[in-house]
Write a protein that binds this ligand. Sequence first.
Ligand code: AMP
Ligand code: MG
Length: 349
Amino acid sequence: METQIRKLDYAAIDMDIIEKAGRILKEGGLVAFPTETVYGLGGNALNPASSEKIYAAKGRPSDNPLIVHISEKDDVYQIAEQVSERAKQLMEAFWPGPLTLIFSKKALVPDKTTGGLSTVAVRMPSDKIARALIRASGGFVAAPSANASGRPSTTTAAHVAEDLSGRIEMILDGGQAVIGLESTIVDVSEEQPVILRPGVITRAMMESVIGPVEIDRAVIAPDSHVKPKAPGMKYRHYAPKASLTIVEGETKDVIEAVNRLSAEAAAEGKRVGIMATDETAGCYGMGLVRSLGARSREEEISMHLFEVLRSFDETDVDCIYSESFGDAAIGQAIMNRLLKAAGHRVIEV
Ligand code: AMP
Ligand code: MG
């Protein structure tokens, strides 16, 4: 199949293109679209055949449930069995936006969409193109990140085309996703809200609205052996082709260690990539150095993380060393993705 790519301008969204994309979804086809977090690979969430197509296009294991995207808050009541008071408070505070909530599901949602689970993940994005598309498609769009399974999520239409061209009907191009990391996922299907995946909506932000929120142990576990409650979090993910190692410690020690490790790798004939920050990029004596942005502005790091991971795949580096980030605010979400990309390979210095 030939994948059509259509560029859209946020200042004047071409509704003819949106209508066309909406029709593709209604008819059971797939459309990738921008959101404020990362690009999504959309299909009709209420059509099991569409969900099957999503799994096939991504090469995603079918026990890994999809997030259902809605364009109006009240639509949640059509697919969620019980919406607790705390869930409502979170929806009021953070929807539309990068927060996914897990509810027990109504029968309307096919098992194929939820990977056989009795719960459903729901998000209302703030992105205007995403919301217009959801509306045009009938209101319920299942959309995992628009990348081939295992590869870093996509933050531009070009990245989507790289992974999914020829496998889906259309890609809507809305430029670069501004957040760059997937949504925070919180399970509100039981009494105690639990974070299953960290994102830019942080624990502290939610606790200021609803009181104590727990974090699934797998999110902060130092190794990959604790079984996560979000099925997708158990898979190796975001991985670049070269082996990635995170070097953790005081900045000056990290620079020294990365320079030493790079020299050792080069002596073995390996080509080295380095994931640095604007503040440190000039401190590395060798290797292909890419900056994630200013360390002092975490939102720059999150915006560029997947793009930089992907960019190394276009080069012939054999191994990559990355600086690490603190776990305050968005740092926890950044480290969660980076640790997965590195298969939890960390060197402490
Ligand atoms: P992605 O769409 O690529 O951002 O991945 C969606 C993430 O949401 C995966 O990690 C899923 O395992 C998780 N997820 C979706 N639905 C549920 C659910 N009902 N319960 C727990 N986790 C879910
Ligand atoms: Mg994903």
